[in-house]
Each structure stands twice: as C-alpha cells, then as structure tokens.
Design a binder for this molecule. Structure first.
Ligand code: CA
Length: 288
C-alpha cells in the first residue's frame, strides 16, 4: 500500500501527529520551525501556531488547549488565541538538548523524551509530566527518545530509542505511572531504517515510522512484521490513526535532509495518509 499526500506543508521536521476526535482535525508539529499545525482533512483548512521554541510533541487536554514538550520546558498552547504559557521548566531538556517525541498515557500524564542536538549517545532522557505539574525523570542514558504508546489494558508501555533499532516494552503500572522490566519486543532490520514514532491499533499491533526507510511497518506484539505502508520520501517520522472511523493513518515526514532538487517531487516534509484497514484508538489526554 502506498500513502497519498494529505497536506503539502513542506515541514523541515514534521512530527507528532495526534487526532482530535471532537474537532475531527489533526495536530502535528514542525520541530525545527517551532510550529504546531492544525489540519482539517474534510475542508483542507489549516492553521499554523508559532511557538517560541522548538516543539517536539503535543497532546490533547481536557481544555481547549494542547500540552507541549518544548525545548527546556513543558508549556500549554491556547488553541483560540495561539498564546503559549509555561507549565514547568526542565533545565536538562534545554541548552544543547531539546524535547523530542511525546504522548499522554492512560492516566492523564504526559511523557516526552529528549535528545542532544548533536545526537551524542546517552545524553537524553525520558520525562513524565504529572497532572499536578511535577516532572519525573523516568529513563536516563537515552540517545534519541522517540515513539511511545500504551496497550488498552494499561499494563504495557512501548518505547523507542532510535539508535537501538528496537521497540522495547515495559511493564506499566497505570495507577502509579511507573515502568519496569524493560525488554526488546521488535528488532528492526537496519536496511528498513531506524524506528521513530509509533502508535498501536485497536488489535494491539504496533505501527512504526521508519526514518530513512520510506515506510511505516505494522508489527505484532511478538515482533512479526505483517504490513507495510510505502511513502515517496524516505525520512518518515511518525504516525497516528484519525478520521471519522479512526481507520486513516496520518504520517509525518522530514524534508530538511532531502536534496532541495528532490523535495517538491517527493513532497518531502508533507503530511501523508493511508487506509490500511485496522482501526486505531482515540488518543489519551493530559488531565492537568
Ligand atoms: Ca521522532
């Protein structure tokens, strides 16, 4: 199956798609341009929010705003006014590091990880922002913190540190929000690209974007590859289910590393969509 272009937004580093079932629109970020995009696939209307810093990820909340992982802090984006307000500083996520991928967990917490701007090994971490505004470091010695998601029973968290070429699982305690018993469940062949953002479908299978591989692959929880979505450009960054029946897979891409002469033809940095069959799940919300 080949994905089709949904929105030729020309992102430098498109990332972090999240579907809003109430508004029937998709939010995603352009990390390097400090932007959050809102896209309505029915009308093709879009809105761009300029954030004051690099923004790695957003999640829905219980209010009319988004929680954001921005360089050096967590912040909120008011969707009506576009105003940004700080929630809490995370000094270790600033300087020559930045926030990267993130997602809300089933308990209403918001998780986001970091990477060094020079991608040096082990400089990053994975943070958990709780609804009360406190921040905990959940993992350290991370290189490029990327995709994460939780199973429907709330007992397993999947996680990607891209240079490991693996999808790992943790036991997750939905009450306390703690993780334990890390193990690798999917090993990605290097020829397929590096694992980046991921999402689970309603059957508990894992869809992972492949940076450098021009594809999204579907894996069973025991690590067997069972489906593929191809894209016309190779830096594929993340994926999320959306649409009225949650069967559309929205896929973000990066344009910056594609030679300028090829960007337009590939729609590099564009937002793509495919309809492979399985149903997704509505996203979790941050409840702070
Ligand atoms: Ca990513």
């Amino acid at each position: 199956m080949i994905a089709s272009l949904a929105f030729d937004v020309g992102a430098e580093l498109g990332e972090g798609p999240v579907w809003d079932p109430a508004a029937q629109c998709l939010y995603f970020v352009d990390i390097l341009r400090n932007r959050v995009h809102r896209f309505d696939p029915v009308t093709n209307a879009s809105r761009t929010y300029d954030v004051d810093r690099m923004v790695g990820a957003v999640a829905l909340t219980d209010a009319d705003d988004l929680i954001m992982a921005v360089q050096g802090r967590f912040a909120r984006l008011d969707l009506a006014s576009g105003g940004v307000s700080s929630v809490v500083d995370v000094a270790a996520a600033g300087g020559d590091l930045r926030m990267n991928d993130g997602k809300a967990d089933p308990g209403g917490r918001f998780w986001a990880g970091t990477m060094a701007l020079d991608t040096r090994p082990g400089a990053g971490a994975l943070y958990r922002l709780d609804p009360d505004g406190s921040v905990r470091t959940m993992l350290s010695n991370v290189t490029i913190s990327n995709g994460l998601d939780w199973t429907d029973d709330g007992r397993t968290m999947y996680y990607v540190d891209s240079p490991t070429f693996a999808i790992d699982a943790f036991d997750f305690d939905p009450v306390t929000g703690t993780i334990a018993n890390r193990r690798t469940v999917v090993t990605i062949p290097k020829r397929d690209g590096a694992p980046d953002g991921l999402t689970l479908d309603a059957e508990g299978h894992i869809w992972v974007a492949l940076w450098g591989g021009g594809a999204v692959h579907r894996y069973t929880p025991d690590g067997t590859r069972v489906a593929e979505i191809r894209l016309p450009t190779k830096y594929v960054t993340s994926c999320a289910f959306g649409g009225p029946d949650l069967r559309d897979v929205y896929i973000t891409t990066q344009g910056l590393d594609v030679p300028a002469a090829d960007r337009a033809a590939q729609h590099a940095g564009g937002l793509f969509v495919a309809r492979p069959g399985p149903r997704g799940r509505p996203p979790n919300r941050f409840t702070g």
